[in-house]
Design a binder for this molecule. Structure first.
Ligand code: NDP
Length: 393
């Protein structure tokens, strides 16, 4: 029987994964080694009961009694805290979903890479922060990483059987987010609620806001470089409001192969879960005649400054990705908390990168976990100062 673990089981990706595991036989087909959540005890316990998980871990330590109570009468072991989360990742499983949001997903993902099998990677932040470390760890332990981000799953699928040396360019698409059609001068007054709605995808709040700012796409550009080893100048972004074509690979013979599908993450999750087999998945089928037309446009660099920051991060390399991820998270926290405006997020990240660049060391290799975590902490500290200065002026 195949063994699985789901990190971030209470989130949007995690719940999609739990749904597919249950549809594909649940406990009769899978031995669930570990499920983890951040704070949502109810959803975690529900998933643990349904999948008869051996271990359920909640990141928030104070919630352990609640988790124990919610799991009463089951054989599921309950644990809490960052150490328990890392230990859950040490329990070998054939297939692990890395679905925690943000830099918090790095340590569990990295530790899961140390026991072989497959890591289905939704947590793009870990590749942006520590791509070389993740890939080297996977190679050392013979672990396969399968991309779950829809664009990267699309690139992966488009490259099947192809020679990477024949690739001229890779294009990832972006819906343009909540504010694609807003007048630019209105963006400064965008509220958290307005930024938290996505035209096509149902996702967690943080990635939805990152879609409106295109910090999400900026991370995906860096993720494309890290995962597929494609040079930055060959990676393009295209606005595509319908979110039906997820990525395109252009080959040197002038042909392009793209991947189309309804905007439902269970396609990419299911592809990674069942690879190399394609199983029937409960996602809507596209009716292109009914859709009628698909639209494309170049992204406006003024509306989406995060894309320019991604180019700067790739040019610097090394620890710049870790600094970028951490500063972006600090800026996003400040926006959600109502401390800074929507358009202030990119300047915060830019200022942090510029100060770290002036201090030296930003381009040093992201080779060890400690160097990545140190840079993460330093970037968050600097971002805090920049945000404080902004809110005081
Ligand atoms: P959600 O916000 O919906 O869920 C995040 C998950 O991480 C939840 O289980 C949450 O727990 C948990 N979590 C949050 N903070 C911590 C922490 N400090 N320690 C441990 N666990 C924590 O996020 P998404 O599912 O939207 O995204 C997950 C990842 O997948 C992200 O990296 C995102 O970029 C990527 N992704 C998501 C897509 C989507 O469609 N949603 C598409 C492509 C990529 P709890 O809720 O219990 O607090």
């Amino acid at each position: 029987m195949r063994s699985v673990s789901v990190f971030g089981a209470t989130g949007s990706i995690g719940q999609g994964t739990v749904d597919l595991l249950l549809r594909q036989g649940g406990p009769a087909a899978y031995r669930t080694v570990a499920l983890t959540g951040g704070r949502n005890v109810v959803l975690l316990a529900q998933a643990a009961r349904a999948l008869r998980a051996e271990l359920a871990v909640i990141a928030e330590e104070a919630l352990l009694p609640d988790l124990r109570a919610a799991l009463a009468g089951t054989a599921t072991e309950a644990a809490a805290g960052a150490r328990a989360l890392a230990e859950a990742a040490d329990r070998p499983a054939d297939w692990v979903m890395s679905g925690i949001i943000g830099a918090a997903g790095l340590v569990p993902g990295l530790r899961a890479l140390a026991h072989g099998g497959t890591l289905a990677l939704a947590n793009k932040e870990s590749l942006v922060s520590a791509g070389p470390l993740m890939l080297a760890t996977a190679a050392r332990h013979g672990t396969r990483i399968l991309p779950v981000d829809s664009e990267h799953s699309a690139i992966f699928q488009s490259l099947a059987g192809e020679d990477i040396g024949a690739v001229e360019a890779v294009t990832i698409t972006a819906s343009g987010g909540a504010f694609r059609d807003w007048p630019i001068d209105r963006l400064a007054r965008a509220s958290v609620a307005e930024a938290s709605t996505h035209p096509n995808w149902a996702m967690g709040q943080r990635i939805t806001i990152d879609s409106a700012s295109m910090f999400n796409k900026a991370m995906e550009v860096i993720e494309t470089q890290a995962f597929f080893g494609i040079e930055p100048e060959r990676i393009r972004v295209l606005i595509h409001p319908e979110s039906m074509l997820h990525a395109l690979v252009s080959f040197r013979d002038g042909g392009m192969i793209g991947h189309l599908g309804a905007p439902d993450m269970r396609h990419a999750i299911g592809y990674a879960l069942n690879w190399p087999v394609r199983r029937t998945l409960p996602v809507a089928r596209l009716d292109l005649a009914a859709v009628g037309a698909l639209h494309f446009a170049a992204p406006d660099p003024v509306r989406y400054p995060a894309l320019g920051l991604a180019r700067a991060v790739m040019a610097t390399g090394g620890l710049a990705g870790a600094a970028f991820t951490a500063a972006k998270e600090a800026a996003l926290d400040a926006f959600i908390a109502g401390r800074i405006g929507f358009v202030a997020m990119a300047p915060v990240v830019e200022e942090v990168l510029s100060r770290l660049s002036a201090a030296g060391g930003l381009g040093n290799p992201a080779e060890t976990l400690d160097t990545v975590l140190d840079m993460d902490a330093e970037a968050r500290r600097l971002a805090g100062r920049v945000i404080d200065a902004m809110t005081q002026s």
